[in-house]
Design a protein around this ligand. Structure first.
Ligand SMILES: [Zn+2]
Length: 109
């Protein structure tokens, strides 16, 4: 016996209100490529190719925005890291100077 699992997308027909489900792969392909399916009562549902292109353009714009935000975030962290490195280096130098001064005072006694 073979068990097959199919993810379904729940939909309601915008014409007759009939609830129905179609495989998610078919739904996403229709959205991506501008295709149609029919509700159980035969009403055509889906996207025109122009609608699909518009959806893809919006997804692309969101992805580009997210990429730019991530780049900005990374740049801010890199600037902060460089600042912290300089502060650490300055603190190490100050500590070394203080230790050397303390050693000189101890030797002079
Ligand atoms: Zn319908």
């Amino acid at each position: 016996m073979t068990t097959v699992s199919v993810e379904l997308t729940y939909l309601i027909c915008g014409t007759c209100g009939c609830p129905h489900m179609i495989p998610t792969e078919i739904y996403e392909t229709a959205e991506r490529e501008g295709k149609f399916w029919t509700c159980p009562n035969g009403h055509s549902r889906g996207w025109s190719i122009d609608g699909a292109i518009e959806i893809l353009e919006k997804k692309l714009a969101r992805a580009v925005d997210a990429h730019h935000r991530a780049e900005t975030h990374i740049t801010e962290h890199m600037v902060r890291a460089r600042l912290l490195e300089r502060q650490l280096s300055a603190q190490k130098a100050a500590t070394t100077k203080a230790k050397n001064k303390a050693n000189r005072v101890e030797v002079e006694r």
